[in-house]
Write a protein that binds this ligand. Structure first.
Ligand code: ZN
Length: 244
């Protein structure tokens, strides 16, 4: 194997470790974010749920009040009716009849109000049941994720420790100047550092390599950089397995 290919192989091996380290760092960043996002969703649902419960309580109170008023007036009407029996067909009688008419009218409109109220109650109850289903599911999910978070972080940190060891070993094989270049790029650019050039295109920045540089790259004599993104590049034909 040529020195060039050997160096490439070492860099790619190093990058493979860095790729895993990168994924672990992502995991460490995302795990608490996932819980946080779920917590926010749960809090929103809980607030909505409480608002609905409030609404339902309020409707039930209104219903109770209406029932009470209807019952109260019904009693009053009954009482008046028996009083009217004792009256002659005079002025008092007519006044009382008018009053009773009014009371009956008010009670009828209360009954109508009650029907609307019960329809509203059914709507809110349905909305509550739907929301509560989501609420309970999110609640269970959140509890599970919260309980698992520390374990997830611990696992990731343990893996990271192992990977850092492996990185030390992998980087020992890379010649110092090449490693320095690799590190220089790694600290300044988004992952990854070393990328394949396929059909003349750098797979790091997706821009075409100038023809002269591409010819140089195909010769496979020294580690080159993409003139556009500065990432280390190799020709995919030199390293078929890694080109993906
Ligand atoms: Zn590039």
């Amino acid at each position: 194997m040529s020195l060039y290919l050997k160096q490439l192989e070492q860099l790619v091996a190093l990058q493979r470790v860095d790729h895993e380290i990168f994924a672990i760092h992502q995991e460490l960043k995302e795990a608490p974010q996932e819980v946080e996002a779920l917590e926010k969703r749960f809090n929103d649902l809980e607030a909505q749920r409480l608002r609905l419960l409030d609404k339902i309580t309020h409707i039930k109170e209104q219903e109770k009040r209406l029932n009470f008023e209807i019952e109260e007036d019904a009693q009053r009407i009954k009482k008046r009716k028996s009083q009217m029996m004792t009256l002659e067909n005079g002025r008092d009688y007519h006044a009382m009849a008018r009053e009773m008419d009014n009371m009956e009218k008010v009670n009828r409109s209360r009954e109508e109000e009650k029907v609307l109220l019960m329809e509203e109650l059914t709507r809110q109850d349905t909305a509550f049941k739907e929301l509560d289903e989501t609420y309970q599911a999110v609640k269970a999910d959140l509890e599970e994720k919260k309980n698992n978070l520390q374990a997830r972080i611990d696992t990731a940190n343990a893996a990271l420790e192992d990977l850092n060891q492996r990185r030390l070993i992998a980087s020992r094989d890379v010649p110092a100047p090449v490693f320095a270049r690799y590190e220089f790029i790694r600290q300044r650019l988004d992952h990854p550092v070393i990328v394949a050039v396929k059909d003349g295109i750098c797979s790091g920045c997706h821009i075409a390599i100038p023809p002269q540089a591409f010819i140089e790259l195909q010769k496979g004599q020294q580690i080159l950089s993409c003139p556009n993104c500065q990432r280390l590049i190799f020709w995919c034909e030199h390293f078929l397995n890694e080109a993906e």
